[in-house]
Write a protein that binds this ligand. Sequence first.
Ligand code: TXA
Ligand code: MG
Length: 311
Amino acid sequence: MTTIKEAATIIKSGGIVAFPTETVYGIGADATNQSACLNIYQVKGRPTHNPLIVHVNYIEQVKTYTEFNDNAQKLSKFWPGPLTMVLKKVPDSGLANCVTAGLDTVAIRIPAHTIARDLIEQSKRPIAAPSANRSGRLSPTSYDHVYNDFADSIAIIKDKNPSTYGLESTIIDLSTEAPTILRLGFITPEMIEELLGKKVKIASKLSKVKAPGMLLKHYAPRTKLRLNASTLLDGEIGLNFAGSTLISEASLNLSISGNLVEAAANLYNYLHQLDNYAVNHKVESIAVAPIPNESIGLAINDRLSRAAEGF
Ligand code: TXA
Ligand code: MG
């Protein structure tokens, strides 16, 4: 376990550190240090064409790296918090090239979690951080998830509580005239449309990907998922929601009361648990109950459908 002070020293000296945020844990490095950031790609096994999110504490810092426009100003109401904006990068931003994977835009976020904020403050650096999982796998929402993926190979700051939201940030591309949501999350399309006063597009999973990381198959457990299940097939275990009855020796319920916020917070943790059970007990598939496709349910269904792809 690493303290914030130790972690800040590691970041300043060009190392990498896993740390909690209110969405999921990230693996961070000084966003101005090319070799430190390349190291993130290496430990995650992440393709270098998939850019990273830069984390800072204040809007003033956002403005030093990006062309902060009117839409960004309006949506900054959600900061600090689970929203990432893609904005035009300023010339000579000082950010390491690999952070933006050669694009002329930067994905940037002001996190709310006090540990993340203290780490940025004490290291006095913008911190580039993808989720702290091996590339393509489930995102981590607790210290144990990060430890299970990386053990002692990276320093980890522990939060005794799991992540508040449990889903990666909403990503919105504001670098063009028409704002486009690239990744659904806790900040919903309706919340964004209300502040912008206009409709936003949602990038289709099948359209040509703007975010190279928005691969169809992503966030995947090792076990096959069967979505929208109403009954359990032989040998399956179940992931329930509200009153669904996919009951077996290892079934879980994302939210018995049918609360989507609670379901989002439990999603990755329960998928980690069911996946481990399935691998240890040779269970071939996890049946998942239908989740209402509204509000945060949109983001939950987005992650589930990516996790279910490609088996
Ligand atoms: O909640 C989060 O966003 C977490 C925490 C740690 O902040 N981070 C996170 O990072 O989920 P990551 O790397 O797992 O996902 C970032 C996504 C990737 O799909 C990447 O392709 C996209 O953001 N991205 C990064 N820079 C971009 C850019 N300039 N344009 C479009 N997409 C970009
Ligand atoms: Mg990720």
